[in-house]
Design a protein around this ligand. Sequence first.
Ligand code: ARG
Ligand code: ASP
Length: 696
Amino acid sequence: MWIPSLLKGSNEAEMKALGMKISADDIYSVNTSSLKDAVPHFDGGCTAEMISSKGLLLTNHHCGYDNIQSHSTVEHDYLTDGFWAYKMSDELPNKDLTVTFIIKIEDVTAKIFEGVTGLATEIEKQKKIQQNMAALSKSFPREAWQEAMIRTFYDGNQYLLFVTETFKDVRLVGAPPSSIGKFGSDTDNWVWPRHTGDFSLFRIYADKNNHPAEYAIDNVPYQPKHFFPISAKGIQENDFTMVMGYPGRTQEYLPSFAVEQIVNDLNPAKIEIRDAALKVQDGFMRKDNAIKIQYASKYAGVANYWKKWIGETKGLKKSNAVALKKDFEKKFQERVNKAGKQSEYGTLLSDFEKNYNEIKPYAIAKDYFTEVVLRNSEILSFGYRLYQLEQVYNSKGDQAFTDRKNNLIAGFEGLYKDYSAPVDEKVFEQLIHLYATKSPKQFLPESIQKINPAVSARLIFDNSKLTNYNGLKELLNGDAKSVVERMNQDPAYQLVKLIADSYQKIVAPKFDEINIKNIALQRTYMKGIMEFFPNDRIFPDANSTLRVTYGQVKGYKPSDAVVYEPISYLDGVIEKYVPGDYEFDVPKKLIDLYYAKDFGNYADKNGKMPLAFIATNHTTGGNSGSPTLDANGNLIGLNFDRVWEGTMSDIYYSPEICRNIMVDARYILFIIDKFARATNLIEELTIVYPKSKKSK
Ligand code: ARG
Ligand code: ASP
């Protein structure tokens, strides 16, 4: 996960040795157009790539999912049936969807540390750093339509500034039906071999000057500085591959004590909570199509990390990550001693150990609070927003209260559109039981410890105003004082307040106090790793900024006597096909194309239709939608996932077993061309064909 502006030197040499034909300057340059100009951050959480001179972009189906879902109703169900704009005027605008490009990257470390070293406490230092960051991102020279943001790298040892451009008029152009775009759904999620055509298409619109603008009917297609030609030449094992994108978060340099806690305490707690919520939702979704649409996106989000944590826990155990970390720590300590640097690093590891022991119950309590109250019980999460509203009133008074209240009322409309009280009641009953019995007792109010989940669920869902949008509006109607009074009589609100009060008073302050010490230790540890292991190639943990990762197309051995090949084919869809199934149904048209071998120009040299492939690129959440490029910088695939045995890669990356999963570009072209018959889109693309095939 290398920084694109810093590839010259050892990265570039290694990439060339692996087969890359282009240069570091072709990937990142400030003055001329480069590959980075074709790789925006999609909606803050995914990656996309430009594939035409007219603003057309490619990302994953699961990245566009929220937007596809929000245009869907039981009558126009684009999730089930797919959506294709056969002309630009059919493209669908999306409220609040943004796409952000990086214009340039600058190292500002020295400026951020100005006036910091002399300060006595960690809190003062952090405050000064925050002030410097705010001041510099405000004053940094840029155009009126651009922004600047600063992020830390290597846990506070380096700071880089990014000048960005954010586009706000982004329209839906195409999405295959979920039976292609989400084929295999949660059963196949995080798993190889895979057969998901996980892609969707959007178009960026700009003002007349090609600059970002709010949605307007007369906006024009954006002309990117670079877009990717798409290769229909195909790939083979050991080919060079490069992935550019916005990996969200990795924790590759955590000490063993932290990893132990994740494996033994935090992941199991979160998995159990989500397991309960998902079982309830799944039961309703299978029976009721309207609920299926309402909960599709939420369910996918919750299920995704539930499953990832299961795989991650298994992988960390199987790879002996904790023991390997402990070995490394021993070596670290030896090198500290040998260098005579005990005063700076001597107690680092024992301090880590002490802090992680101390923080453990608070960390568990924090995860219970986050997963139960903020994330998975919807009525409690709604109540928590009102709890924050009351806090705004208490600390900032009437005007702030009214502003926030109006925002909330507007925001709640969308939440209630996809809300079903009967589903949520059952979820609540399960989760409050776990909260009362499994989260650390010493922090729980006594009435919570004694709660009867079924009785409490009935009481709340029969009497709370929060079970529907009209009730919520009624509750929030009027001046601050009467609203707050009324909220405090609502049974859902009362419960949230009881839980949140005790969390905020007992758990959060202590957690923060220990956590800030760990953050400081982590910064020192990172500095030490770079100092004492200068020959290890140390990349900075992911932080949602643009990175370049590279590797080779490669299969792997998941377990004894089993070998996985690196390329999957459409044949696998037909093998997995279960007519009418929730996850493994296949559209008739695709089956027909398969049996007619009607693959257009996109089949491989044996006449088979390639579908997905894996490679050794190190990726994580946020890399979804990332372009996979060949040695010449042409698009060969679209990243969307990782393999089951390697899901621990956020914490411990093992090159033997960690692989990223991509849709083959040829399958995407085949679906657009042969399945959707969207020739308007195919004509817009630049497709590079092998010599044996003619371009049309
Ligand atoms: N696991 C992939 C990622 O982390 C794909 C998730 C979307 N698919 C799903 N079935 N939830 O985003
Ligand atoms: N599926 C992930 C994403 O949405 C990618 C991953 O975690 O490998 O970014």
